[in-house]
Write a protein that binds this ligand. Sequence first.
Ligand code: GAL
Length: 663
Amino acid sequence: MKLGVCYYPEQWPEAWWADDARQMVDVGIEYVRIAEFAWSRIEPNPGQFEWAWLDRAIDILHAAGLKVVMCTPTATPPKWLVDADPSMLAVDANGDTRGFGSRRHYCFSSKTYRAQSARITSEVGKRYGKHPGVVAWQTDNEYGCHLTVLSYSQAARAEFRVWLAKRYGIVAALNAAWGTVFWSQEYRSFDEVDAPVGTVTEANPAHRLDYRRFASDEVVAFNRIQTDLLRQHSPGRDVVHNYMGFFTEFDHHDVAQDLDVATWDSYPLGFTQDFFLTADEKRRYARTGHPDIPSFHHDLYRGMCQGANKGRWWVMEQQPGPVNWAQWNPAPLDGMVRLWTWQAFAHGAEVVSYFRWRQAPFAQEQMHAGLNRPDRSLDQGGMEAKQVFAEVQKLGLNSKPNLPLAPMESARAAIIFDYPSIWMAQIQPQGADFNAIEIAFRAYSAMRCLGLDVDIVSSKADVSAYQLVLLPAHMREDAVLAQRLQASGAQVVFGPRSGAKGQALAFPDTLPPGAFGTLAGVQVQRVASLPPGLTDAVQWADGGAFEVTRWREDLALTGATSVATFADGKPAVTRHGAVWYSAGWPNEGGWLQLLTQAAQAAGLAPQAVPADVRISRKGDLAFVQNFSSSTVNFSPSTHALCLLGARELAPQGLAIWKLTASK
Ligand code: GAL
């Protein structure tokens, strides 16, 4: 449970650096991430390196006892480099080049930019790889930020053809998979295939899906060049990347295979304003953020790294105050920076690092808060970080002799999150509000409202130890996964559209849910999207009701029984042994009812927590978090000792309990 901060020595007078480092230590900061945007200061002219200032900055931080997270500066190639090779720039779907003047102005497929990226990575790696103050490396910065994964440059189009040839071998296989007989789209060679943009109307969905897969693989390949070089030049250091919340343009699980630690950037208020929440939710959570947005990502990124690094994750950028980039940028309520920090620790974060040390009084992000104001005075976020540090110290959470802390225990419930399934739903939503990430989030949120801890894992993860596995948005049929789910013996809950498409975004031969059909004991015979305002009432067989919105399906029962029905008598929720299938998009009450039953059947103990209160367990500790605007009375168990806070929790309050008996 360590704190960190993002720091930009190049943006401040050198005379301030030592003082900044001292103050960081005073706040309780231990990790300092630097240099991810510093290329133009490191190499102001081609081949002319200016290391002296960065040497001094790192030495100052190290001398103050701080640990440096060094970055490769590849998210911001300097002007001279772009001018020398404009072909490195990405091109958008309209054919416009995405030029210099902000950041992330490169195309992942550019061979020349990959070479430049490898060159600068080697240079910084050689220079600082063995510095005793450098403990970790971050590759680039937020792959995909500003929608930069999909590029339609000449380089990308050429690489796409190579990728297709590798995937399909012969062009006849591509034609068959994509169904190019439709509208006379057949290709005679891979060289004839272009990017799926610029078409008169919708391009072939399988073509689009393969372009998404290709673009994702390009990010993986780009990242791997850097991780290989960093491991060579900086042995023994963690190599990390900072992912971005609610971002699905590339497969994060694939990139994580090359990382030691998955980190992500948590901006709860910005996400609350800019993502799919309702107008009411945006208002209600404007100054606290939706309680489940941070933890959804904490649990997702905890599931990224595998093997020796299983479960390792950090928050690399934590919102410290108002940001500048959302549609509206409210200020967090006092206490929220502390609560977010503890929430991350409760979900297993090794480090929570704030963005940024000091608000910059100039340039694009001048309206973005830091832990300090531009005049160097400590802002609210800085004071709360300091408070967390004092609390961690007092509880002895980082010093084993005082309070042994069990490692993050795996939850007994899991959600399977599958990036290709999300791409499929984005390409073919069929209803404008069929948002696959949202349905995954809503299912997750219901689990959290029921007081249950959840792991979010990939479709390749070992599910054998879980008692309850949810697939709220698994549109891609997967026979191997179906077998593993069956073998696990877990209760399994499928959301609507599960297994609705094969690998090339076509209907499965047996109709949806395809390879999940035998398991679920249903066949989907017709689907309908429901425009806003149109709902279908659902009645449980043993009492109770809810509504579906956005989506409903007509099912034939091929083994399952109906446990809830639509008003027209057709099955709305089915059960086949341990397997549940929802034939619609349940509203909040529907998810709670469905998951309560499935969790009970799984032998878990779902128990509704008070509104906007959340409980997270880590080892023998339970963290109770009050995101609501009222005081609540809550203890996680009758066998628990309160270590911090109290049973009565004020708004934005936190209590930490030590569980003394079974959960
Ligand atoms: C992140 C990014 C940072 C900074 C921050 C502002 O997406 O990684 O560099 O721009 O947002 O909130």
